[in-house]
Design a protein around this ligand. Structure first.
Ligand code: UD1
Ligand code: UDP
Length: 378
């Protein structure tokens, strides 16, 4: 688009973790291609390796990088580093609008720093609510903080729109845009179709597990650290005792996850513990998986879009759309329940068929352009 002749709007898009990067790269692409905007990207580096994987595949070179990550960082120290670092960049960039996504510490601090400067905030993936401030923790409060003062709420679905309206947010600033994760999934699928080598790195593990039903797995939730993680590992061990299944588990870099999973699962015949996969390879994992077992937010959106049953190892979800559509099921973190639910899907073809249906309540792949249009100067 290059027909705009008026003043440009300076948009500062802020992100720091893998899922934010995945869900914001389509918007950065849209803003960069549109001369109504001077598009600036600030990454906080809340994640390092897992963020850089996404920046690389999406071809984004940030204007600023705070590089805040510390090993096993605490929420309070992380928050302090983020807030001061983001504020300094804002003082220099003087944005007209700040964009944040979701519910991470980076998103909350980005929004707060903008508010301290009376800069309007656009909240992408607004209105997700579990109704429980400790599940997910601290994300439920992070997103409520952002939602309490955002100038523009981009709700992925009507469910999230309604949650915001119930909190008395002015309806004129709430828009159903779809979730940009679907834009990202379409983009990566097309890219891998054009360049299959981008996702060929799983060939060895695919050969090792030929003929078995693959369970794709991820786990990283803070509220599951300790007993929850150990129960999840115990369930995986029991499932992997079957010789007709294999579990492919790219392990999150959080040391609280890695310590438990390496201790409990390393060296098992039917379990492949991998390093975090880049997005093309994770898309490949989704593709080859019979079902997904996860506590991730994003995977709850991607799996239904691809017709992959997803068992969610959480007590509640802020994404009821997948559950309502029948593709997602909450299984919590009790080992017996996880084993029972996985076994049911493996052994009961009718139960499997009922869940393995493509549903895409989360978007049509055009969310980023909708958000860009909402951000444009009049
Ligand atoms: C964060 C977000 C969470 C999001 C998740 C996505 C907060 C409070 N949490 O949780 O909402 O769902 O990211 O993955 O914002 N680490 C690395 N390299 C990396 C990434 C992480 O080594 O690339 C390790 C570091 O030791 C780091 C630790 O993981 O200190 C925790 O990272 P942090 O961002 O604080 O928490 P996550 O559990 O990743
Ligand atoms: N993902 C990835 N590689 C992996 C695991 C996940 O690229 O090894 C992607 C996945 O496709 C999804 C996102 O990361 O888009 C989810 O991130 P995560 O589970 O870390 O965070 P959450 O969505 O729970 O906030």
């Amino acid at each position: 688009m290059s027909t705009h002749s008026g003043p440009q709007r300076t948009i500062l898009t802020i992100f720091g973790t893998r899922p934010e990067a995945i869900k914001l790269f389509p918007l950065v692409h849209a803003l960069d291609a549109d001369d109504r905007f001077d598009s600036r990207v600030l990454v906080t580096g809340q994640h390092r390796g897992m963020l850089d994987q996404v920046l690389e595949i999406a071809g984004i070179t940030p204007h600023d990088d705070l590089d805040v990550m510390q090993p096993d960082q605490t929420l309070d120290a992380l928050t302090a580093r983020l807030l001061t670092g983001i504020g300094e960049v804002m003082n220099r960039v003087q944005p007209d609008y700040v964009v944040v996504q979701g519910d991470t510490a980076t998103a909350m601090c980005g929004a707060l720093a903008a508010y301290y400067r009376k800069v309007p905030v656009c909240h992408v993936e607004a209105g997700l609510r579990s109704g429980d401030i400790y599940h997910p923790w601290p994300e439920e409060v992070n997103r409520k903080v952002i939602g309490s003062f955002a100038a523009l709420h981009c709700a992925p679905t009507e469910v999230s729109q309604n949650a915001l309206l119930r909190e008395n947010i002015d309806p004129s600033i709430v828009h159903v845009t779809g979730n940009t994760v679907i834009d990202a999934l379409h983009w990566i699928t097309a890219k891998v179709e054009a360049e299959p080598a981008l996702a060929s790195g799983l060939a060895d593990v695919e050969a090792r597990f030929a003929g078995k039903k693959i369970i794709g797995m991820t786990s990283h939730r803070r509220e599951n650290f300790g007993d929850g993680m150990r129960a999840i590992a115990d369930a995986v061990k029991r499932i992997a005792a079957r010789d007709d299944v294999a579990i492919i588990f790219p392990v999150h870099l959080n040391p609280n996850v890695r310590a438990v999973m390496n201790d409990e699962l390393a060296g098992m015949d039917n379990v492949a513990l991998l390093e975090p996969l880049d997005y093309p390879h994770f898309a490949r994992l989704l593709d080859i998986s019979h079902l997904m077992l996860t506590d991730s937010g994003g995977v709850q959106e991607e799996a239904p879009a691809l017709g992959k049953p997803v068992l969610v190892m959480r007590e509640t979800t802020e994404r009821p759309e997948g559950v309502d559509a029948g593709t997602a099921r909450l299984v919590g973190t009790d080992a017996d329940t996880i084993v029972t639910e996985v076994t049911r899907l493996l052994d009961d073809p009718a139960a499997y068929a009922a869940m393995a249906q493509a549903h895409n309540p989360f978007g049509d792949g055009h969310s980023a352009q909708r958000i860009a249009d909402l951000l444009a100067p009049n």
